[in-house]
Design a protein around this ligand. Sequence first.
Ligand SMILES: NC(=O)c1ccc[n+]([C@@H]2O[C@H](COP(=O)([O-])OP(=O)(O)OC[C@H]3O[C@@H](n4cnc5c(N)ncnc54)[C@H](OP(=O)(O)O)[C@@H]3O)[C@@H](O)[C@H]2O)c1
Length: 323
Amino acid sequence: MQVIRWGVVGPGRAAARFAQGLQGVDGVALAAVWGRNRERAQEYAARFGVAEVAGTLGELFASDLDAVYVATHPDTHAKICLEALAAGKHVMCEKPAALNVRQLEKILATAREHDRLFMEAMKPPFFPLYRKLREHLVGDPIGAVGFVRAGHADATLPPEYPLNFPELGGGGIMGIGPYEAFLALDWLGELKRVQTMGRVGAAGVDTLALFQTEHERGMAQLHTGLDLLSRGDALLCGPGGYVSLHANWWNPMRATIHYIGGRVVTLHEPFSHGGFNYETAHFCGLIREGLRESSVITHAMSLGMARMLEEARTALGVRFPGE
Ligand SMILES: NC(=O)c1ccc[n+]([C@@H]2O[C@H](COP(=O)([O-])OP(=O)(O)OC[C@H]3O[C@@H](n4cnc5c(N)ncnc54)[C@H](OP(=O)(O)O)[C@@H]3O)[C@@H](O)[C@H]2O)c1
């Protein structure tokens, strides 16, 4: 099996979970890391056994790597992805892949131009529970899912948390919204329109957002927030029943399917290694097969997510520096 050599950009929280996930993936090496704070990059390297701490981003991209994992904040995703792709690396970038549709289109065009694989990191569809649910609903269906409800708001984040800063591409919509956008697009198909209500806090990011979306096969009701607490299940509703995807539904582990007539089926599939391992294994498989796009998180799916997030936040007046 071809060993996929990874380089990490931005050794923060997500990057730590990525490294934990790699421990559950066969045929990979965490070869190099770059962080703007060298000390933190060195700590990361020591913690996860990374051989090389690159002095600059250019040095990292000049290393013998197959793939780069971008785990900085959304404000720098586009710039770093463009550089990595131009240097000939395959790129998996944390969600949201870019600040807006325009930036994402540029990333995708650059991936095509340099014949590289690009995928937005999106955990849920690769989790054992999600796959089991999809499989289960084929044999024991609830009919075509026509309504999705999902939300999450977290008032417990400290003031220094990146989502509180517009200059980093923050806000509830950019933080938790990508998972909701994914869920709606995955079950309901292509996005038609977005209706949004919400409020913007003193910092200039959305602190409560309710967005309803219409898709080719149905509608979704989604919410995100930073100034109140809302935790709960996501719902997928069909004519013959509904699925409760239990909290935290973006790291899905348990689902209950309620059928018309009262029959109930429960699914429980724990995940291992923190959960980043499944999407990473998928991405490595794509590299080995010589593919340039995931069939699960397609480029069209990422564009749909980006469009949904951009429309929702701009409707509330949230614009990022430079937009
Ligand atoms: N998939 C998931 O479950 C998951 C979970 C959490 C986060 N995320 C995503 O991961 C991304 C990062 O979030 P996080 O929570 O990991 O943030 P974090 O802990 O603050 O880490 C961000 C990293 O990016 C670096 N960075 C920030 N600004 C930079 C710049 N201008 N140039 C170069 N490096 C820069 C930081 O360096 P310093 O240390 O020097 O500040 C740090 O290493 C976000 O897109 C977020 O949505 C995904």
